[in-house]
Design a binder for this molecule. Structure first.
Ligand code: SAM
Length: 246
């Protein structure tokens, strides 16, 4: 998969060199290219923002550098990428969207600063390629670089061969399937006793059916406690199907 990021803070994307994403890059599974938006400015001060039409506080990112940057990035590859525009006013970034994006060969991210990018840029590229405006949560950050790190990590770990054990993301909270609306329950490792705290007996039983049922019950309890909204939208028939399978 190829990933391009256009930003005024290329150094903010340095974490893409470490851990899972860094290793995927080193193995050639991910081709990540970070571009400095200011290279597509032509004035002495490399200006990327201006005052908003209609007045109001804050600055807006100018369309010209973004247009030149995106033209250059789009012309540098085969086919059409999906352009992901981080914005608090976008659709929520969910595991389902991460799964969908992980099937695309090429993603271009456009993290903004100030009050965001001149609307005409989104319209211009929306007429040419698939443009997604995406929010990572109901809060406002100073810029889109942290959302890009979040989205890239969520997508990259779903790519074939990136996680050591491919099955590990299939049991995650929100993973598509019958348990998609349940959070993952608690997890334990050795030693069996730590500070007088033991682990639930059932996990030592070796009985796969009982363990799966216990995990499902724990997941259900945790979801009721932490995310009642998920339980409300959950399909009870899907839980039944899951239980019949174990
Ligand atoms: N005025 C904008 C609004 O209220 O929707 C907020 C702009 S914010 C200060 C600057 C940039 O940070 C956004 O254009 C976007 O790139 C990024 N950003 C901030 N919060 C975000 C979020 N929750 N999800 C995705 N991107 C976000």
């Amino acid at each position: 998969m190829r990933l391009d990021v256009v930003t005024i803070f290329p150094e903010y994307l340095e974490p893409l060199n470490v851990s899972l994403v860094g290793k995927a890059r080193a193995r050639g599974q991910l081709d990540v290219r970070v571009h400095d938006l200011r290279q597509w400015t032509h004035d002495k001060h490399h200006t990327v923002d201006d005052t908003p039409y209609g007045g109001g506080p804050g600055m807006v990112m100018k369309p010209e550098p973004w247009g030149e940057a995106l033209d250059a990035v789009l012309a540098s590859g085969e086919g059409a990428p999906v352009i992901v525009v981080p914005t608090p006013s976008g659709v929520p970034f969910t595991q389902q969207l991460a799964v969908e994006l992980s099937t695309k060969p090429w993603l271009v991210f456009t993290p903004a600063r100030y009050e965001g990018i001149d609307r005409r840029v989104i319209e211009e590229y929306g007429d040419r390629v698939d443009v997604r405006e995406v929010s990572i949560g109901d809060y406002v950050l100073a810029g889109g670089e942290a959302p890009v790190l979040v989205m890239v990590e969520a997508v990259a770990r779903l790519l074939p061969g990136v996680l050591g054990n491919a099955a590990s993301h299939q049991d995650d909270s929100f993973a598509p399937g019958p348990m998609a609306d349940l959070l993952e329950g608690p997890v334990y490792t050795k030693p069996p006793e730590w500070r007088d705290r033991t682990i639930p007996e059932v996990l030592l039983s070796g009985h796969h059916g009982k363990i799966a049922r216990w995990r499902r019950d724990q997941a259900f309890r945790r979801t009721v406690r932490n995310r009642p909204d998920l339980i409300e939208r959950a399909d009870p028939a899907a839980f039944d199907k899951h239980d019949r399978a174990i």
